[in-house]
Design a protein around this ligand. Sequence first.
Ligand code: IMP
Ligand code: MG
Length: 177
Amino acid sequence: MEINNKKIEVLFSNKDIIQRVKEIALELNKKYNGEEVYAICVLKGAVMFATELVKHIESPLKMEFIRLSSYLGGTNTTGKVNAVDIALPDLNHKNVLIIEDIVDTGLTAKFLTDFIKLNFKTKSTVFVSLLDKKITRKVDIEPDFYGFEIDDKFVVGYGLDYDGYYRNLDYVGYLSK
Ligand code: IMP
Ligand code: MG
C-alpha cells in the first residue's frame, strides 16, 4: 500500500493483532481473577492497542491516559523521555496495568515503571506492550507481556506513527522507501 508516497509493507494484519490481543487478555484475566484493574494507556501510540485490550479484560476496570514523548518527529529516539502529562489517581494498593505500543531502547518503559514504583505502593504492576524490539534495547528491561517481537525496523500503524501520520492504520507495517 502507498500512503504519502511511502510504501508500507504489512507486518501484522488487524486479524493477527486482535487474535494476539485476545491471547494476552486471557493471561491477564488469569492473573487478575476478577480483581479491579487500573489500565494506564500511554498516549498517543498505545491508544488502539489499549482500547482493544481492555475490551477483553473481565475485571472492574478504570482507564487512565498519560502522555510521554521521546521522539521529536523522526525515526530516531532522542534518548530522553519527556513527561508531557502524567496526572494519575492514587494507585496505592491497586493492580496497575501499563499499556504501551512498543518497547525500543526501553527508556520509556524504565521511566514509567520507575515512576510508578517511586510514587505508589501498588498491589501489582504489569507492563504490556504490543511490540517488542528486543534487539535495540539500551536499558535492562523487559515487558511482562508483549504481542509480537520485531527486528530493528521502523514500524507504523495501529497507533504507531511516523511524524504523526499512519496511526489510523488498522494493521502494523513498516515503511519501505
Ligand atoms: P523507547 O523509549 O526507546 O523504548 O521508545 C519507546 C517509544 O518510541 C514508543 O512508545 C514509541 O512511541 C516510539 N517508537 C519506538 N520505535 C518505534 C517505531 O518503530 N515506530 C514508531 N514509534 C516508535
Ligand atoms: Mg509511545
